[in-house]
Design a protein around this ligand. Structure first.
Ligand code: VGL
Ligand code: ZN
Length: 228
C-alpha cells in the first residue's frame, strides 16, 4: 500500500546477485509495542512468503535489528522535559525523539514471533552506539560509521537489493537511499512496509529523496521467479 502516489515497476524477474533485506521486524515496532507502527504486523505473512521465494532461488536474505542500549540518546526519556516524538536535532539524533524501544536483549527487540527468522542468513544490528542513532542498515546517522552491511553484501556478490520491513519513513527509507548511494540497484517494496508517520510529511519526502537517487518502487506481487 503506497501511501504516496509514485510510479511502480510492472514486474521484476529475480536473478543471481539479488538479496532481500528485511528491516527491523521487531516486537517494539508492532501494534502494542513501544514504538508501534500501525499495521506493522499485517505484512508478516507476505514477508515470510517472499523469504521462501528468495530461499528457493538461493538468494541472500539479510535482517537488520534495531539494538539500542537502555540509555540511548534517541530516547526522549534521556532528555529532561522532552516527550516521545518531540522534534529534536543533535548530531546523529533526530529529527524527533523516540519512546524507549528495541533495548538490547529485551523482548521488544526480538523479531516478531510470526516472522520466520530462520530465513535470515545474517542479522546486522544497528543503533548500539549510545550517542548515534542508525536508521539506515548501511550507515549510522553520523553518516560515516559503517554497520558492515555493505561489506557483507559485496562479499556475497549482491548487486540488487529488495527492501521491506519497518518503518517505511525511517529505516526502510534510509536503507534504500543508502543502498542506492552505494551503487546497488534498489527496489523499495511499497506493500511490504508501513510508516511511523512522524513528522507527517516524512514519507512523502522520503519518496522524493529515494526517487532522486534512482530507487525503484515495486509491489511484491510483481516479483517474478526466473522461468526455467
Ligand atoms: C526506526 C525509529 C527509531 C525504524 C528505528 O526501524 O524505522 N525508527 N528506530
Ligand atoms: Zn531505534
Amino acid at each position: 500500500m503506497a501511501a504516496v502516489n509514485v510510479e511502480h515497476l510492472d514486474s521484476v524477474e529475480l536473478q543471481k546477485g539479488d538479496a532481500l533485506l528485511v528491516v527491523d521486524m521487531q516486537n517494539d515496532f508492532m501494534p502494542g509495542g513501544a514504538l508501534a507502527v500501525e499495521g506493522g504486523d499485517t505484512i508478516i505473512d507476505a514477508v515470510n512468503a517472499l523469504m521462501a521465494l528468495f530461499e528457493q532461488h538461493n538468494l541472500a536474505i539479510v535482517f537488520t535489528q534495531d539494538w539500542h542500549p537502555a540509555d540511548h540518546d534517541s530516547f526522549a526519556s534521556r532528555h529532561p522535559g522532552k516527550h516521545p516524538f518531540d522534534p529534536f536535532e543533535a548530531s546523529g539524533i533526530g529529527p524527533v525523539l523516540w519512546p524507549d524501544h528495541c533495548v538490547q536483549a529485551t523482548a521488544g527487540a526480538e523479531f516478531h514471533p510470526g516472522l520466520q527468522a530462520r530465513f535470515a542468513e545474517t542479522v546486522i544490528r544497528k543503533g548500539y552506539h549510545r550517542k548515534i542513532d542508525s536508521y539506515s542498515g548501511f550507515l549510522e546517522n553520523d553518516r560515516v560509521t559503517e554497520t558492515g552491511l555493505d561489506g557483507y553484501l559485496r562479499g556475497r556478490g549482491v548487486k540488487r537489493i529488495f527492501v521491506c520491513g519497518l518503518a517505511a519513513d525511517y529505516c526502510v527509507y534510509f536503507t534504500s537511499a543508502d543502498g542506492a548511494d552505494k551503487g546497488y540497484k534498489v527496489f523499495y517494496l511499497s506493500d511490504l512496509t508501513r510508516p511511523v508517520g512522524a513528522p507527517p510529511d516524512g514519507l512523502e519526502k522520503a519518496y522524493q529523496s529515494m526517487r532522486s537517487k534512482g530507487v525503484q518502487f515495486l509491489n511484491s506481487a510483481n516479483i517474478r521467479a526466473k522461468q526455467k
